[in-house]
Design a protein around this ligand. Structure first.
Ligand code: SAM
Length: 348
């Protein structure tokens, strides 16, 4: 970073931005992307995401990090080379005042990319304030275009509300808008082509994701559809240009141009074609644990450091220790459906 101008510091200005120390793991990967779960609460109950009632234990309200605590952690993370932040959950739009958090994070020096993942149930209502707060990038989950199927899959969700949320995102000029579909055998694997067409009609980018064995709600082997199989479906192939998929280094997705030249479609293969090599991700759970690998259960408790009066150096140390736990390859346990934490608890 030699020779770079020092940027003005607006939060807890103890760590000089000109002196960024990279968060490097044991395998030479640099961490630059922090995914923050702002809540483990969700207004949907997607079968593949939420564990069964018996194993889901919601985080107590007082254990959830405040916006000030999150902003402080992000400020320290930025001094360690993190420049991309995504707010997720649970459902981030159920957290009261979420636009205020966006405003706080937007102003942290070094954060050049701020994004949010949502199920879009509350997006129509929140789109204006999110846009006004300066949010640009949105990922939206949508697993089916069939109302009854969507209702079943999401534990009671109303497809029309979600579609209105997507329309509001387009209206308020969020860009890019990526729509994520978790593809599951016998559930929605017959809708890929239709969803690709939906992306073209709505002018949003569709991304199809392999189902991951994250919780005890599904049988992995029965539900998993590898990307290679998605791409071999004739109706899917017909919509894609016949060119090799491109991968942009850190990105978890391979993008394939559409045959009509109007954009491209992403295919994400966390199971059949791991992208651990280029993984630059860290996670902050709603209850203040830093986690370096989605399927590995090691976590560092940064909430304790924050609430015990720890310094920014102590927070940085938490990040360093978490990064040292990052395995070379994340291993999902296919047999045991019942990890220590599911997606809704860690933050997807
Ligand atoms: N509520 C927000 C949403 O719906 O996008 C953010 C949280 S959600 C956990 C984030 C992403 O994780 C969604 O795109 C969801 O489809 C994905 N996800 C959850 N469980 C998954 C699983 N078992 N396999 C693959 N993706 C999963």
């Amino acid at each position: 970073m030699n020779g770079e101008a020092t940027k003005p510091i607006q939060f807890y200005g103890k760590v000089p931005q000109s002196n960024i120390e990279a968060l490097e793991d044991r395998f030479g990967r640099h961490m630059s992307y922090l995914r923050i779960s702002v809540t483990d609460r969700c207004n949907l109950k997607c079968t593949y995401c939420r564990p069964s009632k018996d194993t889901f234990c919601p985080i107590a309200h007082e254990a959830v990090l405040s916006f000030e605590e999150i902003a402080r952690v992000v400020h320290v993370a930025s001094s360690l080379g993190v420049d991309k932040v995504r707010l997720t959950g649970g459902e981030p739009l159920v957290r009261h005042g979420i636009s205020e958090l966006i405003r706080m994070l937007r102003d942290i020096p070094g954060i050049r990319d701020l994004a949010l993942s949502t199920n879009a149930v509350l997006l129509k209502r929140h789109a204006p304030s999110l846009a006004e707060a300066g949010l640009k990038r949105l990922n939206i989950s949508l697993d089916s275009l069939k109302p009854e199927r969507f209702r079943k899959l999401s534990g009671g969700g109303d497809l029309n509300t979600v579609l209105q949320g997507i329309q509001a995102a387009v209206k308020y000029d969020f860009s890019p808008i990526k729509v994520n579909v978790v593809v599951m055998r016998g559930v929605n694997d017959d809708e890929i082509a239709e969803l690709i067409d939906f992306g073209t009609e709505q002018d949003v980018q569709m991304r199809f994701i392999e189902f991951m064995p994250m919780c005890d709600g599904n049988s992995w082997s029965e539900s998993h559809v590898p990307v290679s199989e998605m791409l071999s479906m004739p109706e899917v192939r017909a919509r894609l240009a016949d060119v090799p998929a491109e991968n942009d280094g850190h990105a978890a997705a391979r993008y394939i141009p559409l045959a009509d030249g109007k954009g491209d479609v992403g295919f994400i293969s966390p199971m059949s074609n791991r992208f651990c090599d280029g993984c630059n991700r860290l996670r902050l759970t709603a209850d203040g644990k830093i986690r370096a690998c989605l399927p590995a259960d090691d976590e560092m408790d940064v909430r304790m450091v924050l609430r015990d009066g720890g310094s920014d150096k102590d927070i940085a140390e938490c990040f360093r220790r978490a990064v040292l736990t990052k395995p070379e390859v994340g291993v999902y346990n296919f047999e045991e459906h019942g990890r220590a934490r599911s997606m809704i608890q860690i933050g997807g």
